[in-house]
Design a protein around this ligand. Structure first.
Ligand code: ZN
Length: 266
């Protein structure tokens, strides 16, 4: 039966076109690589047969990442377990639907435990050394960088896609840490010098052991700490300290360390 065309149909078609033209969210960008190549981790792999089946959903926008559902996904109420703690961070609170990308990622431990760098070149799992290098020399945008530290929370749906190599967001645990490269890199290099003597906790807190100050040199420490102190309150500072290369790392070859060693300072 032919349905007569009305103004509403035209609006619906235009809306559908706009929907399909929406840029992919961080979740959707990462899930496309996982589906194609599996997880870029040591265990790797991804079994599409184990993905939760997607069903028609009513909302155009994914509750979690805010991206287009394309009409497919999972109803959020039945899909999320009662123990799911991250609802308050959802992007579209009024949506009752999750997109298929978020469904895939919320089902998989790798999504919570891996430092991930995504760009049009692919999806990589980073160790700390590679994280440092990605912060100093990010890929061509758009890209997504997600750095979990608790290894428990769902972070990817919160992440913002970076559009600029010189000023970009990093989803550092629950914090969107913006990196301004012109400021970040010189402080990173300075913190790396300090890490020859001081612990990460000392640099993070500003509370230093006297004997280490002496070992570093009092005047040198004063000058370094004055620079570091100006950045200590920045949301990107803990990320910087985590990524800073330690001289000991180079001796021990930490580039082979697992990607999920967290951000804990010794
Ligand atoms: Zn989503």
């Amino acid at each position: 039966m032919m349905v007569p065309t009305t103004g509403f149909d035209t609006v619906a078609t235009a809306t559908a076109t706009l929907e399909s033209a929406r840029p992919l969210t961080a979740s959707q960008r990462i899930a496309r690589w996982v589906r194609r190549d599996g997880w870029p981790t040591r265990e790797g792999g991804h079994d599409p047969a184990k993905e939760a089946a997607v069903v028609p959903v009513p909302d155009a926008s994914c509750a979690a990442c805010g991206g287009s559902t394309g009409g497919l996904g999972q109803p959020r109420a039945s899909y999320l377990k009662g123990s799911f703690m991250d609802r308050n961070a959802f992007r579209v609170q009024h949506s009752a639907s999750l997109c298929s990308a978020c469904v895939l990622l919320m089902d998989d431990r790798h999504a919570r435990t891996t430092i991930l760098l995504e760009s049009d070149a692919g999806l990589r799992a980073l160790d700390r050394q590679a994280l440092r290098d990605a912060l100093a020399e990010p890929p061509e945008p758009p890209f997504v960088l997600v750095v979990p530290t608790s290894l428990k929370k769902h972070l990817i749906f919160r992440a913002t896609v970076a559009g600029d190599r010189d000023h970009f967001p990093v989803q550092y645990e629950e914090v969107p840490a913006w990196v301004d490269r012109a400021t970040f890199v010189p402080v990173l290099l300075l913190v790396e010098e300090m890490r020859a003597v001081f612990s990460g906790d000392e640099i993070l807190s500003g509370r230093y052991q006297q004997h280490r100050i002496q070992a570093f040199g009092l005047a040198r420490w004063r000058a370094s700490e004055a620079v570091v102190a100006a950045h200590r309150a920045s949301p990107s500072f803990p990320l910087l300290v985590m990524a800073a290369r330690r001289p000991l790392d180079e001796e021990q070859g930490s580039s082979t360390a697992p990607s999920n060693d967290g951000a804990g300072e010794e």
